[in-house]
Design a binder for this molecule. Structure first.
Ligand SMILES: C[S@@+](CC[C@H](N)C(=O)[O-])C[C@H]1O[C@@H](n2cnc3c(N)ncnc32)[C@H](O)[C@@H]1O
Length: 246
């Protein structure tokens, strides 16, 4: 089936609203993919496959989209309707995002990564942190629901990234958030955040910052609260201790 036709069918799926990414955001992401000439794309959080299938239209014929979801029942019903040629350009990974990033996407470096799985702070932050193992200078990371009042964990993640970036004189990332049109009256707008990786060593400095805050937290539990430190102490240190990301 042609992609355009399949997308129209997905838009009519009873589950499309509110969990699928809205069409104007997907169009924006697709344009970003085109202008940055991205070829190798990763999506965290597939759901019905609306974004991953849409992005097949935006990448060149030798490009590839990887998409990860812990559930496959939604996605599989649409994936099987794709043409053989399109199926070959789309790889679905049925696992948690962290498992996929840690164990299944070994050595793959992406041009663009769309983070749209679990929106709780711990998950969103760990998705971002592990995604940094798969970036290079110029990779674009896109966070959906960046300004959504219903998903404060995404905004918290972005605030921490801004704080760590500030410590390194804004040399790690370029970060910009946009508000997006609300999908329905009285429903909060999602918002979208674009993060561009500025250096090949961004991942290293980011991890060093997390390690530093972990050490500060261990050595000086009652140290005077510096803005970023207090956020990290509150939200990140427990996560680091629990998940041992170093
Ligand atoms: C908001 S939907 C994704 C929408 C999709 N990106 C789109 O454009 O239509 C979030 C998806 O993330 C998946 N998800 C949530 N937590 C996850 C995790 N830890 N690992 C993998 N997938 C997860 C859910 O099963 C759900 O399908």
């Amino acid at each position: 089936m042609r992609i355009e036709h399949l997308l129209k069918i997905i838009e009519k799926d009873p589950n499309f609203y509110p969990w699928s990414t809205e069409k104007d955001c997907v169009e924006f992401i697709a344009t970003l993919i085109i202008i940055t000439q991205s070829k190798i794309i990763l999506e965290l959080g597939t759901f019905l496959g609306y974004t991953s299938i849409y992005l097949l239209k935006s990448i060149p014929s030798d490009g590839i989209v990887f998409t990860v979801d812990i559930l496959d029942q939604f996605y599989s019903k649409y994936f099987k309707l794709l043409s053989k040629k399109d199926k070959n350009r789309l790889t679905f990974i049925h696992d948690t995002t962290v498992n996929a990033l840690k164990y299944k996407l070994n050595k793959i470096t992406f041009d663009a990564i769309f983070i749209d799985a679990d929106h709780e702070f711990k998950s969103c932050f760990s998705d971002f942190t592990y995604s940094l193992c798969h970036v290079k200078k110029g990779t674009i990371l896109i966070l959906h629901d960046a300004l959504n009042e219903a998903t404060p964990g995404v905004k918290q993640t972005i605030n921490i990234l801004k704080g760590i970036n500030f410590i390194f004189k804004n040399s790690l990332f370029e970060i910009i958030s946009f508000s997006t049109p609300p999908r329905k009256f009285n429903v909060p707008a999602s918002g979208i955040c674009i993060i561009k990786i500025l250096s090949e060593t961004t991942w290293l400095y980011f991890r060093l910052a997390l390690l530093l805050f972990q050490i500060i937290n261990l050595c000086i539990p009652n140290s005077p609260s510096v803005n970023i430190q207090s956020i990290l102490e509150k939200h990140v240190s427990q996560f680091i201790k629990g998940k041992n990301i170093f």
